[in-house]
Structures are given as C-alpha cells and as structure tokens.
Design a protein around this ligand. Sequence first.
Ligand code: FAD
Ligand code: NAD
Length: 475
Amino acid sequence: MSDQYDVVVIGAGPAGYPCAIRAAQNKLKVACIDEWKNLDGSYAYGGTCLNAGCIPSKALLESTELFHRAQTEFSAHGIKVGELGFDVATMQKRKAQIVKASTQGITGLFKAAGVTGLQGHGRLLSGNRVEYTAADGAKKELVAKHVVIASGSVPMELKSVPFDGKTVVDSWGALEFDAVPKRLGVIGAGVIGLELGSVWRRIGAEVVVLEALEQFLFMADQQLAKEALKHFKKQGLDIRLGAKVDGLDRGKDGLTLKYTDTSGSKTVTVDKVVVAIGRRPYGKDLLGDGTGVEIDERGFVKVDHECRTSAAQVWAVGDVVRGPMLAHKGKEEGVMVADLIAGLVSEVNYKVIPSVIYTAPEIAWVGSTEEEVEKTGRPYKVGSFPFMASGRARAMEAPAGFAKIIAAVDDDEILGVHIIGAMAGELIAEAVLAMEYSASTEDLQRTIHAHPTLSEALHEAALAADKRAIDFPNR
Ligand code: FAD
Ligand code: NAD
C-alpha cells in the first residue's frame, strides 16, 4: 500500500520545514520526513540549525558575552560585584532548554498547518516514490506529485586530524563541552571557528585558531576584516594566518597539532581540538536507482535558479544545493519552491542574502565588498560612520566598529553594506530591505532614523557617501 501526497519533503531543517509548512498553507497534502537524532537517541525536527548550529551556538554566545561584559564593562557603569564565577553546567542546561523549545515548536507548527511529520529515513526512488523507514525498521512507500530534497550538510573531516568525538570534535562536539578546555585548538578561522573560539575564550580557554589562508575573513570586505582581527586579537584569540594544519600527535602533554606556514613546519599543543574547515552536502542513502537527480563533483544536488533538479518534479533546497550554507537562504528557497509547486509566482533574490558573524563586535554584511565593486570597474563612492561617534553606542559602552556603505556614482544605487559593531546582525536588516528595493543612498539619507539609536550609524554612513554627514567630519 502506498500513501499519496502532493508534496513529500525529505529533511526538516530550516530549508525543509518551512517548505512543508508553506506547501500546506497552499492547500497541498504534505509529508515531511526527518531522521535527525539527538545525543540521547531521541528524534527532533529542526536539522543542524536548531539542534546543533544556529540556536545552540547563539545561546552559548549570549551567556559567555554577558560574562565577558560583566568582567570588562560593569565597573565603567559603577556596578560593583563580588568575584565573578561561571557555571558551565548551568549554561549548557539553559542552551538545551532553548533548543528543546525550538525543536518542539516545529512539531506544533506541523500540527497547526496540517503537515504529516514522519520521523525516520527518506529515500527517493524512481517515479517520484519515496521509501520511508521508521525507527523500528518498518518501511512504507509514499507516492508524491513533487519531492523536495532538503537533506542539508555535515562537517568536513580533516584526514590528518580525524574526529574521535572526545578530544578532536566537530562544531556539535564543541557546543557540548562540559568543562572549559584549558588549551583549545581551532582549525579554521571561518564563521564557526570564530564564534565557537569566542565562546570558550570568553570563559577562560587559551584559544589558538589556525587558518590555512593568509587573508583573514577572505569573503568579507577587507576593511571590516582588518577591524575584526584587531578586536579578536585584543580579546586573546591567538589567530595564526597562513597556517595549514597537516597532522596531529597525541602525547602525555596533550594533542600536538602540526602545521606549516611561510616560515616552515610548526606545532602547537592543546587539550582539545575543534575542526571547523567547512561543511559538505549530505546525501547518504538518499537516492535510489533511476531517479534522474544529478549530483555535481562536490556532492551538491544540481539545481537551476528556481531549485529544480534534473528530474521532473523533484526539487532541492538549502545546504544540499549551491550557494551560501545559511539557514535563511535555505528557508527562502524552501518557501519559493512550495509556492512554485502551487503555481504561484516566487523567486529568491540571491544578490541580497545577508551574512552575520555573531562575535563581539558582531559582523554583518549584504551585497558586494569594496574589493568586488572595485574589480567591476564601475565608479563607486563609500560612506562610513564610526560607532564611537554614536551617542547610543557610547551610552551602551559599545563604541567599537563602523558602518560602511558602498554605492554607485552613476545612479547612487547601494551596492554593499558592511557593519562591524554591537547589534550589527540586527542593523543589517535595514540595508537588506533597502537593497531589496534597489534603494539609493539618497533614499536612506531621507529616511528618518530615531535618535539615539545605533541605526543612525547607517543613516550617517549614507550621508557620508555624499560628504554630507552631520555627526562626523566628512573626508
Ligand atoms: P540541515 O539543517 O542540515 O537539515 C537537514 C535535515 O535533513 C537534518 O535534520 C537531517 O537529519 C535530515 N536528513 C538528511 N537526509 C535525510 C534522509 N535521507 N531522510 C530523512 N532525513 C534526512 N546559519 C545561519 O544562517 N545562521 C547561523 O547563525 C548559523 N549558525 C551555525 C552554527 C553552527 C555551529 C553550524 C554547524 C551551522 C550554522 N549555520 C548557521 C548554518 C545552518 O545551520 C545551515 O545553513 C542550515 O541548517 C541548513 O539547513 P538545511 O535545512 O539545508 O539542512
Ligand atoms: P568556513 O568555510 O566558514 O571556514 C572554514 C575555514 O577553514 C576557511 O577559512 C578555510 O580556509 C579554513 N581551512 C580549511 N582547511 C584548513 C586546514 N587544513 N588548516 C587550517 N585551516 C583550514 O566553514 P565553517 O566555519 O566550518 O562553517 C561552515 C558553514 O556553516 C559555513 O558555510 C557557514 O556559512 C555556516 N555557518 C554560518 C554561521 C552564521 O551564519 N553565523 C555560523 C556558523 C556556521
């Protein structure tokens, strides 16, 4: 017996579950299959993001930032506290509660929308049939008019430093430490390396970050990257650039990481290692014979700009397809596909996907970097505003960083916005909206920003692009 559906979604991460909900909102009959299991063996919806990514990392970043601020900022406010202490078990318990509330929320959302949630493994067979294997091994065949693959990604392994789940861990392992490692080695100064390195540094670990590339945050505007590196070094993150890790020795004194930089072979000895060198698309036992779904040489499911695979009425969204591995990118793709299946008009504007790194200061950007704009040869102008000139930032004891806008000289269109500073991840939303509407700096200049707010930095940066800033000398 097979069950018939309009849409079957494989994967209930931030790409799959919104796709299922929107498809149900579009009056389609939907099932969503997910196999995520937590460390205690229980199933949970939400994928990497909710269980072992965005949400738990932000919970730990919040706890440790508060501790750091209590240590470094309270005295400036006249707040006197006794000796500060930190209880890792309490921090972890709070994180686990936040994760549980978020993942259980999806069960409720599925119920409210009328999505059939199925926990277990999904495998696409030919003819748009999906084999569903439940926890007890029982198999069932679902027949779907449309199938959406949203199977996500997993951490990449470094062959010379293999995971052992205890001392050499991936990002999930680094979110679960039950004590502060005395010496922590992080391989990769990407988003995960910087966020999780910051978490454990703030509560006492000596953190060494080894990054293969000479350039710090190569994907970011380099003015932003330079400012970020300065702050991270001040916080005690020992970031070593051009350091390619190629081996590990285990000894009495700990784990000795071997790496090569321009001056030759080097070592550093630590107690735990986090490998954060990127993620790869996940597709284990996902495709049966004859599905017609093509995979590229790096393991991504091949799709067009509307997330159609090479097989009729099979779609793929999120980390398993090209583009940045970000939860909000996957969500928009999932929603777009659900609308396209229902015959509605929909698209994802890949040019305005914001990026945020949740360190302190936060780093956020949207659109092109100055280096990218320069390469196009199109004349451009830049307006910047430092947070130290913002009354609100000073009142918040958060004067670090700046907002920077890059715009075209010919028609004033905003081409890129780059912010480093407190709440940069929130502030960037205004820039995303502006760019979504192809706004000019004049549009931002003429928009009233409440005083005193951090958002005034964006307003002033837009004015500065035409040398009309009020609260900072124009250059
Ligand atoms: P996933 O979230 O990986 O979900 C895929 C789901 O499909 C999983 O539950 C998996 O078990 C299931 N699945 C796979 N194959 C099958 C199958 N055959 N049958 C049934 N189920 C299957 N992104 C941000 O935008 N902001 C952040 O702050 C952020 N922080 C992060 C922090 C960390 C530590 C990590 C690791 C990632 C972070 N990310 C962040 C990235 C974000 O988690 C991913 O981009 C996002 O989870 C991708 O969503 P997805 O739905 O494509 O895949
Ligand atoms: P990443 O691609 O951001 O960074 C990996 C880094 O490791 C690179 O800088 C690379 O040069 C370096 N590297 C690779 N091999 C190395 C080696 N042998 N020795 C030293 N360095 C080496 O990957 P990530 O930090 O693992 O994150 C994975 C994905 O998760 C990213 O695509 C990111 O978008 C997503 N993520 C997003 C957020 C966020 O949005 N705030 C947070 C965490 C993760």
